[in-house]
Design a binder for this molecule. Structure first.
Ligand code: ZN
Length: 69
Protein backbone atom coordinates (compact mmCIF):
# COMPACT_ATOMS: atom_id res chain seq x y z
CA UNK A 1 0.00 0.00 0.00
CA UNK A 2 1.50 3.24 -1.07
CA UNK A 3 0.52 6.56 0.33
CA UNK A 4 1.59 9.51 -1.68
CA UNK A 5 1.21 12.80 0.05
CA UNK A 6 0.77 15.86 -2.08
CA UNK A 7 3.43 18.49 -1.52
CA UNK A 8 2.54 20.79 1.33
CA UNK A 9 1.08 24.00 0.07
CA UNK A 10 3.03 26.02 2.61
CA UNK A 11 6.33 24.56 1.53
CA UNK A 12 5.44 25.19 -2.07
CA UNK A 13 4.82 28.85 -1.38
CA UNK A 14 8.29 29.19 0.05
CA UNK A 15 9.85 28.33 -3.26
CA UNK A 16 11.23 31.04 -5.43
CA UNK A 17 8.65 31.98 -8.00
CA UNK A 18 9.88 31.07 -11.45
CA UNK A 19 6.62 30.84 -13.33
CA UNK A 20 3.81 33.31 -12.90
CA UNK A 21 0.61 34.03 -14.72
CA UNK A 22 1.33 36.91 -17.01
CA UNK A 23 -1.60 39.31 -17.44
CA UNK A 24 -0.57 40.07 -20.98
CA UNK A 25 0.40 36.61 -22.23
CA UNK A 26 -2.59 35.11 -20.37
CA UNK A 27 -0.52 32.07 -19.48
CA UNK A 28 2.12 31.23 -16.92
CA UNK A 29 5.48 32.48 -18.09
CA UNK A 30 8.98 32.25 -16.72
CA UNK A 31 9.69 35.42 -14.82
CA UNK A 32 12.73 37.38 -13.88
CA UNK A 33 13.12 38.71 -10.39
CA UNK A 34 14.08 42.36 -10.20
CA UNK A 35 14.88 44.41 -7.14
CA UNK A 36 12.42 47.26 -7.09
CA UNK A 37 12.68 48.99 -3.74
CA UNK A 38 14.60 48.70 -0.55
CA UNK A 39 12.16 49.12 2.29
CA UNK A 40 12.82 49.24 6.03
CA UNK A 41 11.02 45.91 6.42
CA UNK A 42 12.72 44.21 3.50
CA UNK A 43 13.50 44.32 -0.17
CA UNK A 44 10.68 44.62 -2.64
CA UNK A 45 11.08 42.64 -5.81
CA UNK A 46 8.96 42.56 -8.89
CA UNK A 47 8.60 39.64 -11.23
CA UNK A 48 8.84 40.48 -14.90
CA UNK A 49 7.66 38.21 -17.69
CA UNK A 50 10.68 37.12 -19.71
CA UNK A 51 8.59 37.03 -22.86
CA UNK A 52 6.81 40.37 -22.96
CA UNK A 53 8.35 42.29 -20.08
CA UNK A 54 5.11 42.85 -18.19
CA UNK A 55 5.16 42.90 -14.43
CA UNK A 56 3.48 39.69 -13.24
CA UNK A 57 3.67 40.34 -9.54
CA UNK A 58 5.72 41.64 -6.69
CA UNK A 59 6.88 40.50 -3.32
CA UNK A 60 8.51 41.95 -0.24
CA UNK A 61 11.21 39.73 1.13
CA UNK A 62 11.72 40.28 4.84
CA UNK A 63 15.25 41.07 5.82
CA UNK A 64 17.21 38.08 6.99
CA UNK A 65 17.79 38.10 10.73
CA UNK A 66 21.01 39.79 11.58
CA UNK A 67 23.64 37.40 12.76
CA UNK A 68 25.74 38.31 15.70
CA UNK A 69 29.39 38.30 14.89
ZN1 ZN B 1 4.09 38.11 -20.70
Amino acid sequence: MTMRRPPARDAYDQLEASMLLCPKCRVAQPVRKRLLLVLPQGDKYEYVCTRCGSVCGDKVEPLPPRRLA
